[in-house]
Structure formats: structure tokens, C-alpha cells
Design a protein around this ligand. Sequence first.
Ligand SMILES: [Zn+2]
Length: 287
Amino acid sequence: MGEQAFTPGSAAILLTHWLDALEASGAKRFPVDVKELALHVGQQLKWSDEIFEVRAANIDSFEGGLFQIEGRSWALLYNEQFDSAGRVRFTQAHELGHYLLHREVQGTFQCTQGDMVQRSPDQAPLEFEANTFASHLLMPMKQFRACTAGAAIDFDQLSDAANRFGVSLTAAALRWVQSTEESAMLVMARDGYMLWSVSSDKARDNGAFFRTRGRTVAMPPESIAASATKGTRGGEHVPLAAWFEHAHKDAVAREMKLACEAFGYTLSLLHLSAGDKVWEPRAWGSD
Ligand SMILES: [Zn+2]
């Protein structure tokens, strides 16, 4: 068998098929046991440079790493000095992504917390690909859809999904926004300013997105996100114009908010009607 050139999606699908087959023979399917997978995937692929070791290495400023030893086998290291199994699992999956996708590009990967949340393919393509792989591996589309289908999405449903797949709530919410056909947007903010914002394809088509890279964007003052409300996990209806000034004045959206007061973070999910477009009048239909 020759070397396969993987994309993040094709690598995750191959491993998902393996894990589905193992489940059929009685293995526990979720959360994905990334360590076990990493230790066997090289052999399965008939690659001569396998991952021989997966272990914790609690180094400050270091979330995870992948190191080729003497030009042969690989060691996968992860920081576990956080009380979040979901965060550790995502880190392991991210490093496994580097192994499957980038091991011929580099022999050393040292990844920070910032790399784990990299959502820009332009800024850091390898990190973005490793994250895409991790998200697809830990939350395969078929099972993720089954877990988030039905009633209108909210943070309770996403929390259930996060628990099932053993990931953080933010990772589950991102997976939903990046895979849904509905119009929705996820925003992480601190002290009233956006740290990042991700829109679904439908929302982007309708002009519902913010450009946060390299600029400071304040949270819309009329939003629930910017209010003193601690949280609305199930959502409240707000005028869409509170978020987007060019929205129709009668349009409403459902806004959900989670506040992490200790660190001043808020996570907001805005669920829009599929037909609501919020482009500036002269810019309709363009990006
Ligand atoms: Zn990385």
C-alpha cells in the first residue's frame, strides 16, 4: 500500500470507519480513545514511522507536541495540568492530526493553546488543519447530527453533546456552527470585546458575520451578550437589528449566552432565521 495523502476530512473519515467497525464488535465508541488510536494507527497504515509513545508532559506555555525521534518513530506529548479531560482529548487529537497530515512537512510540532483554537486557514494552515481533523474525529458527523438534531439548538443540548463526545462545550458549539445548514453564529468575547466569531455557511451567505482578525470589535451594546444577564442557555428572542444594523426592523433572532464570570468570558450563540439577510443595502449578495 502506498502512502496516502490525507486531507483533514479524509483522515478523520478513515479513522471513523475503523472505530465504527470496532464498535460493531463491542468496543466503547465515545469518547474516542485518542491515545489508543495514536499508538496503533501507524501500524494500520503500514507506515514505518509509527507513534511509539503518548504521554503527559506538563510544560508551561505548551499544550501539546509531536516529536520525531532520531528520524524514525514519533512521540506524542500533551499537557494535562488542566482539570479538563475534554481539553486534553482535543490536544491529543490535534497532535494526531499533525502526524497523519504533516509528518513529512516537519519533524517537530510544539503547539500552544492559541494553536488549538486557530480557526483561520490563512494565518496558520497547519494548525487549522489539525483542529479540523480533531473536531471531525472526536465528533463524527453522523453521530453528531443525531445528537443535535430535532428541537431548536441551545446550550443544554450542546452540553449533552459535549459530554457524550468528551469535548469542551466550546468545541461542540463550534462543530455545530461549522456543520449546520441553519443560519447561526458563535461569538467568544471578553470584557465586552470579541475574541473571535464564527458563522455558519448560511449566516455568511446572509451577511451575518464579523471580521475580528486584526481588529477590535465591541459586542453589540443592545445584545444580551453585552447586558448584565448572567446567561440564557435556552435563548431569548432579540431584535436582529441589535446585532446587525442593516437587519429588517421586524426580524428577530434567538440569542443564547453563557458567562464564565471568573475569567470575564462570554460565549454567545445567535440563531437567525434562514431568510434574514443583514448586508448593507448596496452590498447585497457580495462578500
Ligand atoms: Zn499544532
